[in-house]
Design a protein around this ligand. Sequence first.
Ligand code: MN
Length: 173
Amino acid sequence: MPRHRSLAVYKAKRDFKKTREPSGRRRVSARPIFVVQEHHARRLHWDFRLESEGVLKSWAVTSMPDLNPMSRHLAIETEDHPWEYATFSGTIPPGEYGAGRVIIWDYGTFLVERPLSDMIDDGVVKVTLKGRKLRGRFVLVRTEGEGEKSRWLFFKAKPRVVGLKVPELKKRA
Ligand code: MN
């Protein structure tokens, strides 16, 4: 099963007669979107999702993302979600997978310099987020495992030093 193109795991976990979460369609877009959904499940987390190849690549971030380059947020890779999930907010009913309230915490578009699926395979994902809260370059680095449930660190990249000229030291005679 190609791991970047499947919603089978997502669908298997849900009863779409009971939950209002989307059942899954694909789309292809020139301006990929991202979303962060604050999810008041058994354990509060922030679902970080990046559009890629018609689905949303997803991580459950276990602490609230922020703009401090010194922060390190543990992020667990989760199953691909359908693209329409990016606009989902509401309450997943008791007894259903991920029961609890979902709030859209941030959203926007993002830029990448390489295909997202390649970076995921390599375990280092660099994205420039253009959200309402999260803006600038962010990094995900895999620390353990592969695929679903692999562990990553999510954080803001240190600002790039561009065009900074270091003054040359004058030679002293
Ligand atoms: Mn979640």
